[in-house]
Design a protein around this ligand. Structure first.
Ligand code: GLN
Length: 483
C-alpha cells in the first residue's frame, strides 16, 4: 500500500471510503509491521478512530477542512494534549502533555486524524534513531540498516506505508537525512515558517518542524497546514504563506540551480554521486540551468553547529529537573540528590554528552573561544549562501555522504556520526529551507537529493521536486517489509 495524501483526500471527497475505513487500514498495517520496525512509541488507536468518526460526520455536514479524515503520524516531540509526549527519553516517559503544539492544533483545525506518536532519537539528538529510550527503528528497505535520525520513526512509518504522511523536526538534518535514508520526500521550511510552540526544544535557534510524505505534492498540502504566524512563538515569521499546491505548476524551465563544489568533493560515496548526476541530467532536460558554485565555509559547519546546538541544548534541557514533570528518582535524600539522580537516570548517554559539552562551551572563560566564535562562523556560513543566491535560484547537492548504514556501525564513534550531517546542517545555521527527495538506489538502499532554497522559497523547492517527480518514479517505489 502506498497511498498518497492527495489520493486519500480525493477518495474521501468522492465517498470511495470513509475516514474510519482508511484509519482502520493504517492501524492494521501498524499492528502488522510495527513489531519489526519500531516506528511508533505510542499508537493512539482509540483516539484515531474517534477523530476519524468526527471527520466523517464533519464531511457529511459539508464542512470538511483540507485534510479532513486523513491519518497522520506525529513525531513524539510535538506536545499532544492528553497523550504521552516522550521525546524519545526516559525522562519524559511518563509525561502526558497538557496542551497541543501549534502544529498539532493546525492539523486538528484542518481535520487530520492522529495515528500515534513516532519514535525518535532522544530529544532529537542523533542521525540514526539509535539514541531512543524506546530502542532503534529499522529501515523498511533493509531492517539491518538505520532509518536515519532524529525523525527516524516518522520517515520509516511513511516509507513502510504505516502512515501516508508524518511530521518531523529538523535542527541539523533530522527531516532531510531520514527522508533520504528511507526513500521518501521531506521538507525543512525556512526558520520561522512553522511555529515552534509546543515543540520540545533542542537548539531553539535551529529547530524547525516540517512534513514527510511520499511526494512533493503531498508535502505541499502538509506544509500548508503546518505553516503560518503564531504569536506564541516569538521567532515565528509574519511572512505571508503562499498556496504551495498552486505553485507546484511553476516548474523548472529556466530555474538556475547551483552545484556547490564542496558538496561533491572528498567524502561523498562515488556510487551515490553517480545517482545524483543522473538526477541532475534529468533536471537539465526539464529546462534547468545548472552551474557550479562555491560555499567555501562548508567545512566549518559541523564544528560550528555542534558548539551552538550543544550550548543551546544544555540550556533548554535544564528544565528537566525531576521537580515539575517527568521522571523523578526514587527516595531522594535532598534537593541536590533529586536533581542529580533524576537527570542522571532520566537522560541517555548522548544527551548527557551534549549537555556536558554545551555547558563547557558556555562557561565563563570558554564562552568567547567557543560559543562566540561559533556565532561568528555561523554568520560566515550564512553569507556564503547569500552570495550564492545572487547567482542562482536554488542549490542542489546530496542529502547525505552515503546511503543508510548498519545499526550499530557508528554508535561507538560519535564524531563519525556527526559527520553524517555535513550537507544538511549549514542550512539550519543559515535558517534556509531545504528538502530531500528520492532519486535512485545504491545497494538496494535509497539515495536522497537535497534542494536548498532562499528564505521563504519553499514553493520554489517543491515546484522543482514536483516537476522531477512527474517524469520519474523513484518516489513511488515501496519496500517489501519482512514480518
Ligand atoms: N544529527 C544532528 C544532531 O544530532 C541533527 C539532529 C536534528 O536535526 N534534530 O544534532
Amino acid at each position: 500500500m502506498a497511498d498518497s495524501v492527495t489520493g486519500i483526500c480525493q477518495g474521501l471527497a468522492r465517498g470511495e471510503f470513509s475516514s474510519v475505513e482508511i484509519t482502520q487500514d493504517y492501524l492494521a498495517r501498524i499492528q502488522q509491521h510495527n513489531p519489526v520496525l519500531n516506528c511508533f512509541i505510542s499508537v493512539t488507536e482509540e483516539l484515531a478512530l474517534e477523530q476519524a468518526r468526527q471527520a466523517d460526520a464533519i464531511r457529511s455536514a459539508g464542512n470538511a477542512g483540507p485534510l479532513n479524515g486523513v491519518p497522520i503520524a506525529h513525531k513524539d516531540l510535538f506536545c499532544t494534549d492528553g497523550v504521552r509526549t516522550s521525546c524519545g527519553s526516559r525522562i519524559l516517559d511518563n509525561f502526558v502533555a497538557p496542551y497541543d503544539a501549534t502544529v498539532i492544533e493546525h492539523f486538528k483545525r484542518d481535520g487530520a486524524v492522529m495515528l500515534g506518536k513516532t519514535n525518535m532519537d532522544e530529544f532529537a539528538m542523533g542521525s540514526s534513531n539509535e539514541n531512543s529510550f524506546y530502542g532503534p527503528v529499522a529501515n523498511p528497505w533493509n531492517i539491518q540498516q538505520v532509518p536515519g535520525g532524529s525523525s527516524g520513526g516518522s520517515a520509516a512509518a511513511v516509507a513502510a506505508g504505516l502512515a501516508p504522511a508524518a511530521t518531523g523536526t529538523d535542527t541539523g538534518g533530522s527531516i532531510r537525512q531520514p527522508a533520504a535514508f528511507c526513500g521518501i520526500t521531506g521538507i525543512k521550511p525556512t526558520y520561522g515558517r512553522v511555529s515552534r510552540y509546543g515543540m520540545i526544544a533542542y537548539g531553539s535557534s535551529l529547530d524547525q518542524g516540517g512534513p514527510f510524505a511520499r511526494s512533493a505534492e503531498d508535502c505541499a498540502l502538509l506544509l500548508q497546514t503546518m505553516a503560518g504566524f503564531d504569536h506564541r512563538d516569538s521567532t515565528c515569521s509574519e511572512e505571508a504563506v503562499p498556496d504551495f499546491s498552486a505553485r507546484l505548476a511553476q516548474g523548472i524551465e529556466g530555474v538556475k540551480i547551483g552545484l556547490p563544489a564542496e558538496f561533491f568533493a572528498e567524502g561523498l560515496d562515488s556510487h551515490l554521486a553517480a545517482v545524483i548526476d543522473t538526477a541532475i541530467a534529468e533536471l537539465r532536460k526539464l529546462g534547468a540551468d545548472i552551474k557550479e558554485i562555491s560555499l567555501p565555509n562548508t567545512g566549518l559547519s559541523i564544528p560550528t553547529y555542534y558548539v551552538i546546538a550543544m550550548a543551546e541544548c544544555s540550556s533548554n534541557l535544564s528544565r528537566f529537573d525531576g521537580v515539575r514533570f517527568g521522571y523523578r528518582c526514587e527516595n531522594p535524600v535532598d534537593l541536590e540528590d533529586l536533581y542529580k539522580r533524576s537527570r542522571g537516570e532520566g537522560f541517555g548517554a548522548e544527551v548527557k554528552r551534549r549537555i556536558l559539552i554545551g555547558t563547557y562551551a558556555l562557561s565563563a572563560g570558554y564562552y568567547d573561544a567557543y560559543y562566540l566564535k561559533a556565532q561568528q562562523l555561523r554568520r560566515m556560513i550564512k553569507d556564503d549562501f547569500q552570495s550564492a543566491f545572487e547567482k542562482v535560484d536554488l542549490i542542489l547537492g546530496p542529502t547525505t555522504p552515503g546511503v543508510a548504514f548498519r545499526i550499530g556501525a557508528k554508535t561507538d564513534d560519535p564524531v563519525s556520526m556527526y559527520l553524517q550531517d555535513i550537507y544538511t546542517i549549514s542550512l539550519n545555521l543559515a535558517g534556509l529551507p531545504g528538502m530531500s527527495l528520492p532519486v535512485g538506489f545504491v545497494d538496494g538502499l535509497p539515495v536522497g537529493m537535497q534542494l536548498i532554497g532562499n528564505y521563504f522559497d519553499e514553493a520554489g523547492l517543491l515546484a522543482v521536486a514536483h516537476s522531477y517527480q512527474q517524469v520519474t518514479d523513484w518516489h513511488l517505489q515501496t519496500p517489501d517489509i519482512p514480518s
